[in-house]
Design a protein around this ligand. Sequence first.
Ligand SMILES: Cc1ncc(COP(=O)(O)O)c(C=O)c1O
Length: 471
Amino acid sequence: MKRYEALAKEIAESIGSGVLRPGDRLPSVRQACASRGVSPSTVFQAYYLLEAQRLVEARERSGYYVAAGVRGRPPEPEAASAPDGGTVALEVSDRVFEILESTRARDVVPLGSAFPSPLLFPLQRLARVSASAVQQLDPWSTVDDLTPGNEALRRQIALRYLADGMHVRVDEIVITNGAMEALNLCLSAVARPGDAVLIESPTFYAALQALERIGLEAIEVPTHPREGMALEALERAILRHRPKACWLMTNFQNPLGSSMPEAKKAALVEILSRHGIPLIEDDVYGELYFGEQRPRPAKAFDTQGLVMHCASFSKCLAPGYRVGWAVPGRYTQAVARLKLTTTLSAPAPTQAALAAYLEKGSFDKHLRRLRRTLALQQTAFAQAVGEHFPAGTRATRPAGGYFLWVELPRGTDALQVHQQALASGISVAPGPIFSATRAFTDCLRLNYGHAWDARTEQALVTLGRIVARLR
Ligand SMILES: Cc1ncc(COP(=O)(O)O)c(C=O)c1O
């Protein structure tokens, strides 16, 4: 993060937490330079950025002040979810598909979308590198790059694990068509129809669809909006239901944005290992962290090969290329065979293209920019929710990714909010699509992965009005 961005973020956080209130004066440029040891131009750039986000306003000959309308971020949700603890036979309704479909129209403000803005990705550079990689493609790659996949790409992925302090062998990596296929293959490798699988509550709706597709029963485990799945509840569910797998996200969970602290990840792996239960770990947002370092996945604590780590380039580099992977531990051979017998392999050209891009070394630079952009957009979105939604609204403060989970005032019908918002050209993802029992009826997931501009702000104003009407 550049110095001015760090300064702007710090001030935005002080406004968000209520330390700085509307009408408060920001330190003068001279004071800020002296107290932080930065140049006047750094302070000016930070203040201009905050002004563009409408968090502060300049008053002639007087300085910068926290903007009048700013109410700060809404408070965080505090309580973990409380599913009833039983197994649920799944029936993901057509409604979910309809809702997902409605987020795809180009003329709709895509707050309900699962995808970040495609404009955030280095598509032109990727295209140039891909073109030359595909031109130089060895004819034998059609054979060589069959599952487990392109060796150069797997080596690049292994190097990224190494940079994050994890030793993963190239032959433990299976390239897949996006993380979605990796997750599905891992699930099929360990569970048979009728088996029970532990999932988060709320969970990524595609996990529900995957479980339903192969006739599994879901056990929803209480999940905290900041720290993820509750481990005592997890252990109780294990003893009661003898599940065959656990599927969850340890970093920037979809839809909550929750992240497990490291000690909790270690404890999670210890509990599952003690009971011999494989963990399907979905880590698609792991690279989108706003802190100093990539948070390690639960896989980093796995000594028995029980953790199946799944990720992809879809959210951080190349949406649409459909390249992901699994590191399935002791299930590597089973997963590779399932891949071979279902879709044979990932396409050779996209594998070669991504291997070439990763070798050229501009991935980290792109990621740094992407993380900065998302962090700033989160602040702007959250402030706008604080400003335009009625009192009683709460929103999570994820340390990465691009989703906010918003708890509306108790009793607000999120499905109605969805319908009325759509009629106004805005999509949202209503809470019930993230639960087998259609719970979370007064929650929404909002996507802040699209540019913060006047249209987006107006959409949040409209959404706030709809919520206030339906409250
Ligand atoms: C939590 C989560 N897991 C997995 C996926 C699928 O990733 P991919 O596009 O790489 O298949 C998504 C995409 O929306 C997601 O949000």
